[in-house]
Design a protein around this ligand. Structure first.
Ligand code: FES
Length: 161
């Protein structure tokens, strides 16, 4: 971690971010470059750093949020080390995905769309993954787990630290 922000916010930023902010000071054209670097550094865009970006690049905060929410490469919330995607498309749904969904929420003590407190998992639901023949389908970090059941959830998730 590098210098502490001097705009009264609590955010720390890396040296790389500090350098980018000074390189693009007063230049709104640097917005995406700076946000991408922050995303890479933190795994998400912390609010304090977005405020700092707005101030230093002279971009309205609403525009910073607009860009941050438009591009799927950016996320406003911390993500877990492991990313679970459970398909709730029609084929998966009728083959029992809702039970798997509830089992994941119960196992991790979070709701879909959230990240566990220890940042071990982020759990998202998605629409058809294009693998309906092996429904219900769940992926963890892109690894496919076919024919999921509520009973398998605990064992499958235990493989991911
Ligand atoms: S509906 Fe789930 S993979 Fe197609």
């Amino acid at each position: 971690m590098g210098a502490e922000c001097n705009c009264n916010c609590q955010a720390d930023s890396s040296k790389k971010i500090d350098e980018l902010l000074s390189q693009y000071r007063g230049n709104p054209n640097g917005l995406i470059v700076v946000l991408a670097a922050i995303q890479q550094d933190n795994g998400y865009l912390p609010k304090d750093l977005m405020i700092r970006v707005a101030e230093e690049l002279n971009v309205p905060l609403t525009d910073v949020y607009g860009v941050a929410t438009f591009y799927t490469a950016f996320t406003l919330r911390p993500r877990g080390r492991n990313s679970i995607n459970l398909c709730l498309g029609t084929a998966c749904y009728v083959k029992g995905a809702p039970e798997v969904h509830d089992a994941i929420e119960k196992e991790l003590k979070i709701k879909a769309g959230d990240t566990t407190e220890d940042r071990r998992f982020t759990f998202d639901v998605v629409r058809c993954l294009g693998a309906c023949g092996i429904a219900p389908v769940m992926t963890v970090n892109g690894e496919v787990h076919p024919r999921m059941t509520a009973e398998k959830v605990s064992e499958v998730l235990s493989k991911y630290e």
